[in-house]
Design a protein around this ligand. Sequence first.
Ligand code: MN
Ligand code: MN
Ligand code: MN
Length: 291
Amino acid sequence: MTIPQPKQACIDLHCHSRASDGALSPRDLVLRAQERGVTHLALTDHDTIGGLAEACAAAAEVGIHLITGIELSCVWKSQTIHIVGLDFDAGSPDLVAALAHQHDNRWRRARTIAERLDRLKVPGLLDSATRFADGDVPGRPHFARALQEAGVVKDFNQAFKRYLGAGKPGDVKAFWPELETVLGWIHQAGGVAVIAHPRKYKMTATRLRALIADFGRCGGRGIEVSTSGQSSGDLGFVAELCRKEGLLASQGSDFHFPGAHWSELGSVPALPAGLDPVWHHFKSPIDHAGA
Ligand code: MN
Ligand code: MN
Ligand code: MN
């Protein structure tokens, strides 16, 4: 009699589908994750849970454990911060209402950008930007592509330099909610909040610790320690911070599209020893050895 050996868990708790700015449909994303050996996946689209139902169906089909996820933008001390929410109830009425409200805010911003660019006398910019956003709310990168398509600029960089970058007409600040607000959404829905890619904010250690303190006061519990495109020095720095501040450790690839060697589903450095993985605190905790 052979005893089946438990499959080693491969956990990726940060990635994007076409429901936000990723290239793959939620279903194709899950299929790719399965091919790459991922056993536990959280789809964390920007400010939407619109891809979860499709991802969930695909995950059930191929035998991947799907954890509910989202990556919420918010403001902390005038800086935009990304918070990953995990293991929440996607049907929570408060969360659904809050995200719908946020969606309206983002459309208002898109229309404001389009109005400001109106003086360029290029018709239909909002429509073409929306097309580049795959029908979702266009942001500045989508307007950049629309400007390029209209022949107003020669490339993406020029679009930002002339029309969309800091201080230019299309530089409409996003209407993001406060850190405390988005943490409230995640917690009300029974989820756990994680500070995404902490080194991307280019903060000093002191400022980062101040963020962690405020985050903790609002019930935030985790920090992304292992993420792609991070130096080993940064990994060590965040691991140490995680340990000292008593936070739970998360990991995720932040995958957006195939072909980027620096970010692939399931490919993140192992968590350094001595950390408390966030997935041990999920409602159905993930055991590392047995998937
Ligand atoms: Mn993104
Ligand atoms: Mn992010
Ligand atoms: Mn992300």
